[in-house]
Design a binder for this molecule. Structure first.
Ligand SMILES: [Zn+2]
Length: 426
């Protein structure tokens, strides 16, 4: 995966080697995902559950809007959950309560994001096809050789790996391609292994030309999954647009679009898993920029930036690092490209300028210079407190979806804002 590039310039920097890794013994939440294969009858029942969950969402949202119109306030979480009682027939009681909980959190999230100055819309009414999953937050399911679900039955499950830990919640998810998945949020103990041989620290500059440029000269190429599949996606979308609404052929074309998108997402996830695994296992400290993807992904590079999935990559690094005994450090991203990593002088560069050459004699690739700067900033000795914060994976409502840092904001889609319970403070 990593190609070592010949670099004539040799790193003179004293690498910060972390020998004593604290043995973690923290409980954390990991999510295990399995494919499930429901029978036709079970699938119909699952579809019905999704449908009812959607209807419940819409009726609750209507209530919230009415309530806000008359009182100027939003109802509490408890009030919403109370409303779900005795409403549905096919939906498991706790699943219905979870729908109310999700709506409450969606409203809360809107205002948290807006307060941070980010764009966020209020929850919307959803058509049946926009409901993608239902949750069993505590009970109502049992996992043996098959997955037993309350009101649904015993569903075939492809258990490709053993679950390590205590199962907390279950989500059943339907992909647009028609595949069904069971996601178990599992509480596990994380014990970081003591490091056998001293490993090194590395700075990493994430980019578009290369997915990542490492401060030791290593390169992770950018696979550009979306760009590669763009023509195929265009073709399938074009075919879909020509089909008559409500027709069978339109349904078939829609499925083809969904499959094409799923393939892109799957290959991207596979790449991110492999790269993050390689990094946490080869280094004891990985320093990266503390970027905000949502703010960055607006300009003409938006598609390419989103195709890289940096936020998802950071999330994977965080939780994998915990188990591998590696530390992920976020540094201030200001002027990492402009600054010279050797003498510290600042020189403006345009986006087209790919080479860094300085009056002090430093001459290297632009991204390598940035990676060196990132590593410099991560080193404790020459780094101000405000410029350094470490990334940790923590348990959130959505299991491994959660990704919380201690002192800084990584991106708006971290689930950390969900951690505080209580009423809406609007
Ligand atoms: Zn210089």
């Amino acid at each position: 995966m990593i190609e070592r590039e010949r670099v004539h310039w040799k790193p003179t920097l004293k690498l910060f080697i972390k020998l004593n890794v604290k043995i973690l013994n923290v409980k954390t939440i990991r999510t295990y995902k399995y494919r499930i294969c429901p029978s036709r009858k079970q699938e119909a029942n699952l579809q019905l559950s999704l449908l009812e969950s959607g209807e419940l969402w819409n009726s609750l949202l209507e209530y919230v809007k009415e309530y806000h119109k008359t009182t100027g306030k939003f109802p509490s979480r408890y009030a919403l959950i109370k409303l779900t009682k005795g409403k549905s027939t096919k939906l498991y009681s706790q699943t219905a309560q979870n729908t109310a909980d999700r709506l409450y959190k969606a409203i809360k999230r809107t205002f948290v994001l807006r307060r941070r100055g980010l764009k966020a819309g209020f929850p919307r009414f959803r058509p049946p096809e926009r409901i993608k999953s239902i949750a069993y937050p505590q009970f109502g399911f049992r996992l043996e050789d098959k997955l037993a679900l309350s009101k649904i039955g015993r569903i075939q499950i492809r258990k490709h790996r053993e679950i390590n830990g205590k199962i907390k919640t279950l989500s059943i998810k339907r992909m647009p391609s028609g595949k069904w998945y069971a996601l178990f949020a599992v509480e596990t103990k994380v014990t970081a292994p003591t490091i056998q041989c001293p490993k090194t620290s590395v700075g990493m500059d994430l980019g578009i030309t290369y997915f990542a440029y490492l401060s030791d000269g290593g390169i992770i190429e950018n696979p550009r999954h979306f760009r590669k599949a763009e023509n195929k996606l265009k073709r399938t979308h074009r075919t879909l647009s020509k089909k008559r609404k409500g027709s069978r052929n339109r349904k078939k074309a829609k499925l083809k679009v969904a499959r094409a998108h799923e393939k892109v997402a799957n290959s991207r996830r596979d790449f991110l898993h492999k790269s993050s695994h390689m990094l946490v296992n080869s280094y004891s400290l990985v320093a990266m920029e503390n970027f905000e993807t949502q703010k960055m992904s607006r300009g003409f590079l938006a598609k390419s930036i989103l195709d890289c999935s940096w936020a998802e990559f950071a999330r994977m690094l965080a939780y994998k690092a915990e188990e591998a005994g590696c530390e992920i450090v976020l540094v201030n991203p200001a002027r990492t490209t402009q600054e010279c990593s050797q003498c510290g002088s600042v020189k403006k560069k345009s986006l087209a300028e790919r080479w860094h050459s300085c009056a002090c004699g430093a001459s290297m690739h632009r991204d390598l210079n940035a990676a060196m700067n990132i590593l410099n900033r991560s080193c404790k000795s020459n780094c101000k407190r405000s410029e350094r914060s470490s990334l940790r994976a923590t348990a959130g409502t959505a299991g491994s979806q959660a990704c919380e840092k201690e002192a800084s904001t990584l991106s708006a889609n971290g689930a950390s804002i969900f951690n505080e319970a209580g009423n809406l403070a609007l």
